[in-house]
Design a protein around this ligand. Structure first.
Ligand code: GTP
Ligand code: MG
Length: 396
């Protein structure tokens, strides 16, 4: 700035708008001291100070918001955290649209997101005749999500006929399906006997050879992963946990699904812990009534296969190899128990689809996994005809 101009500004300093004075100070053209020496009024000095403080405050918010947007971009924010921040005014819709990958449509979903609290209801009625399907795995491994995805797919394709004798189960299932349809995930299943329930349905499938429709009644049993963990620690708790209401000890054919969590982020689901629990439960089941005797097939479901490395093309092969490598001891034990009880072994990868917002929201649903699983259940259920006893049936 030329000296001539500078002197003119200083001479008229008390007539200048505060933002101009601040601009000179920020650019270093004229210092605050120079203004004060030239007679800048106390009130004007105060105004410049206020303006600087306000600017700092805005910059700080911008930085904080940027940090928030970065976290969204890095998949570090859950959907309800984003919703809360929008509701509280901490961040604005425009800011999200401008600074993240979220578009108008997804933003609407965030705004309208709600996760209903409901839990399965006690169902003491004993199971009807059919094939009983159990999901075993640690809390957070994805058992309820798989159940929801199976029913979501079956409903869409008209594969199941609900059995109204298990209304409590059907109501619970309907809520799960409603949720999954919108991408909303279930809460953790409560670890109480009251929350152990079953959903009875009938799988209707066409026999490829005869062209006739065949029906297979199925009972899906839903329980908390904590029960599985309890049963692993203490065989005496089996009756009150995974055999609550005696579902496990009836004489129906059984399909046991061991849900292996590929993701190790859920609290404590390390490979070692999962492996130890599967071994303990298998051993207990071996001695528990006719649980394994009535087991027709044990499934190893490597869940959350959407998290497999990007380069993996053949997810089946990868899931099987990964399981055999990481869960060697479980595999050895499975072979041993299989010799004794003659059940079949099937391995499958599974994924509900694409997850975003730190695994809290299902943005795209995958049909492939439920489709294969239901097909396999059909084959291994009471009307199933499969006779192959190879270790890990490839034609699953
Ligand atoms: N990436 C990915 N995450 C999944 C998938 N399925 C489930 N999840 C995540 O796993 C979390 C737990 O799933 P749940 O089905 O509630 O687990 P659970 O085994 O029923 O747990 P408990 O009820 O406590 O025994 C979900 O909230 C998702 O964040 C999947 O296919 N892929
Ligand atoms: Mg659950």
């Amino acid at each position: 700035m030329k000296k001539l101009h500078k002197d003119a500004f200083l001479r008229r300093c008390n007539e200048l708008p505060t933002n101009i004075i601040k601009k000179h100070i920020d650019s270093g053209d004229i210092t605050l001291e120079e203004y004060i020496e030239s007679g800048l009024m106390e009130s004007k000095v105060q105004e410049v100070g206020d303006l600087a403080a306000e600017e700092m405050r805005i910059n700080r918010i911008k930085e904080e918001n940027q940090e928030f947007y970065n976290q969204i971009e890095n998949d570090e924010k859950e959907i309800d955290e984003i919703q809360d921040a929008l509701n509280s005014g901490e961040i604005r819709k425009e800011g999200i649209l401008e600074n993240t990958y979220i578009d108008e449509k997804l933003l609407e979903k965030i705004i309208g997101y709600s996760q209903d609290a409901y839990s399965p209801e006690n169902n003491k009625e004993s199971l009807g005749a059919g094939t009983d399907i159990f999901f075993f795995g640690r809390s957070g491994s994805g058992k309820t999500c798989i159940l929801a995805s199976i029913f979501w797919y079956a409903e869409d394709k008209g594969l199941f006929m609900d059995d109204t004798n298990s209304m409590k189960g059907i109501n619970y299932k309907n809520k799960l399906v409603e949720g999954i349809d919108k991408g909303v995930l279930p809460f953790r299943t409560p670890a109480t006997q009251e929350a152990v329930t079953y959903i009875s349905t009938t799988l209707v499938d066409e026999n490829i050879k005869t062209g006739k429709q065949e029906k297979s009644p199925l009972n899906f049993i839903e329980m908390s992963g904590e029960f599985f963990q309890q049963a692993a620690q203490n065989p005496d708790s089996l009756k009150d946990s995974i055999d609550a209401h005696g579902y496990l000890s009836n004489s129906n054919r059984k399909l046991l699904f061991f849900i292996v969590d590929y993701d190790i982020r859920p609290k404590g689901n390390t490979r070692t812990k999962q492996s130890q629990d599967f071994q303990l439960v298998l051993n207990h089941l071996d001695k528990y009534k006719k649980a394994l005797k009535n087991t027709h097939t044990v499934y190893i479901v490597v869940n959350k296969s959407d998290l497999f490395p990007k380069h993996v093309v053949d997810k089946n092969a990868f899931a099987l190899e990964w399981f055999m490598n990481e869960f060697k001891a479980v595999y050895t034990m499975l072979r041993d128990k299989r010799e004794k009880h003659k059940f079949k072994l099937v391995s499958l990868p599974y994924s509900l689809g694409t997850f975003i917002f730190k695994n809290s929201y299902l943005s795209e649903k995958c049909e492939e996994s439920p489709k294969r699983l239901i097909k396999s259940i059909g084959k291994h259920s009471a009307f199933g005809r499969s006779r192959s006893y190879g270790i890990f049936s490839s034609n699953n």
